[in-house]
Design a protein around this ligand. Sequence first.
Ligand code: FAD
Length: 411
Amino acid sequence: MTTAALRYDILIAGAGHAGAQSAIALRQRGYQGSIALLGDEADPPYERPPLSKGYLAGDKPFERLLIRPARFWGERDVALLLGRTIVTVDPVAHQVTLGDDGRIDYGTLVWATGGAPRRLVCSGHDLTGVHGVRNRADVDRMIAELPDVTRIVVIGGGYIGLEAAAVLTKLSKHVTVLEAQDRVLARVAGEALSRFYEAEHRAHGVDLRTGVTVDCIEERGGAACGVRLADGHVLACEMVIVGIGIIPAVAPLIAAGAAGTNGVDVDAQCRTTLPDVYAIGDCAAHANSFADGATIRLESVQNANDQANVVAKAQTGAAEDYDAVPWFWSHQYDLKLQTVGLSIGHDATVVRGDPATRSFSVIYLKQGQVRALDCVNATRDYVQGRALVVDRRVIDPALLADTSVPLKAMT
Ligand code: FAD
């Protein structure tokens, strides 16, 4: 006997940042229909950024990561369906099937599933002691192993790898960071910022190596015991952390016929090519005006929240296009990086302030226009620079570099 499918007016797939904000924004905007927030993790929605920062360090208990207290969802009449995975989507029947054979009908489906850590393709990638950093379970596994670990190899010099390296170094672990490109943060920042962070990590005792290719993970007794480099050198370690990006979790949507190559394609209101199916957050490939209209995915809390708000508006009769200013942050040691705008495609940079003081900004220009700022311990530049990015101001680079003139005086 088959049981009847549940039905919700809005089914949100993925109970992370974007999914949670969708439900919050829908109710805030007075949406009266039924809402389910379904996710494959066991916990109510929580903040991911602390996973590579305060939570890994042991400074922030999990309860402080919750996006809302657990009771919030019931109080807002949002059905929280946790520990459940959507495996197929039938866009004609407006129905999803779950890994546990359940089925749920929807009026509108909001796809907010983020992504899974990209894995190494070499041998040993799945050994005990090899970790991705995406969810609470990943980090809890790492924390449980840490007492028996003295040497850690971090593969990937992006924000997550570097944040983890900073925390683990402070926990007195011997950390090696391996980056395949010739500088860290190459995908997201300019050279000045990369070189600054490389120097900081080395000054804190991290063995940071760039231009290094990994051959495989070495095994002893079923667990990782070293990382073999392409040149044959082996770095002995008890733990390997892999931070080489994510694969968007969109397989069920793509199998259902949604357009998308890197994630799932969405229009300006986050609609996929499937009827009544939206996609938001890390998995949504959208044309971004701050990237000159290029189709990109943004992996940030800002993007997750703002796209969720766009969907809530569309569902409550106040449709508007997504055009939010991108922003991001990263904490490493006592360095607070705040980024506004997108530096993609910049053709010039201005360093404002002296990196040696550990308080400075890198300003990215394209055809003379201010396009983005990376501000290190320089919150005033971050706040005041936003308007320059929004207006694409053309400002003499010598003036931008002059720290005696506040950026707000240039708007
Ligand atoms: P997620 O928050 O990942 O939520 C997606 C949820 O969907 C997950 O729970 C996933 O398990 C679930 N799911 C996937 N597939 C299915 C399925 N088929 N069925 C049911 N559920 C499914 N951003 C910043 O702006 N600043 C930072 O400092 C920062 N630091 C970060 C540090 C770490 C360690 C990580 C991992 C991310 C960090 N980010 C940061 C990025 C930010 O957390 C993400 O951009 C944000 O979480 C994206 O939200 P999302 O809802 O798209 O995806």
